[in-house]
Write a protein that binds this ligand. Sequence first.
Ligand code: GRF
Length: 224
Amino acid sequence: MTLKLAVLASGNGSNAQAMLDLAAKGVLDADIRLVLCNRPGAGVLDRAARAGIPSLCLDHTSFPSREVFDQAMIAAIRDAGADTVALAGFMRLLTPGFIRAFPQRILNIHPALLPAFPGTHGIEDALAWGVTLAGCTVHFVDEIMDHGEVIIQAAVPVRTDEPEEVFRNRIHALEHRIYPQALQWLAKGRLSVHERRVYLTPADVAPAVVDPQTLIWPPLEEGF
Ligand code: GRF
């Protein structure tokens, strides 16, 4: 079934862009009903405008509380006819009221191999720790930050000779592939959850190694 999707973002919006592009191409079966942003002037708003997708900016600083802000977002998402939410660099903690409004229909992308390095500086924290493998994770969202069930992860080596900027770009490029893929599985009703484990049916047989330095599991399908 086509996803009726609201994309929530606070900044640049490169993940939102990947969704817009793949939805426009017909690879991602999603009708992006709304791009919702909490920061006036954020790049993601321009991206939505360029793609001709409705957008709305609700500045969280003009709301009296987190709860009231989240209720306004719920109303906007419902008004747009969306029933699924993709957090794409949305830099606000969500209230339990928001999470419960879209049960098992909120996804997030995190730039680390969860449960390692949750929080707002996943890439920096992983590098500062000195890990030799890093990556990114798409997961269901529950009431604890960066905690919900893992859908897909991509892992890459951390090269000591590589500038941080290049490494960061490598992680982002992978995000732009695994996030739309996870959404596509959701669209097709192929994800189920049991005791923290996410099951993908039918299971995939494609190769998991994208290139000699990138491992993605479950494997990406064609187009992603
Ligand atoms: C990404 O690194 C994502 O993992 C994190 O926020 C960043 C958003 O980047 N949650 P962009 O706005 O999609 O370019």
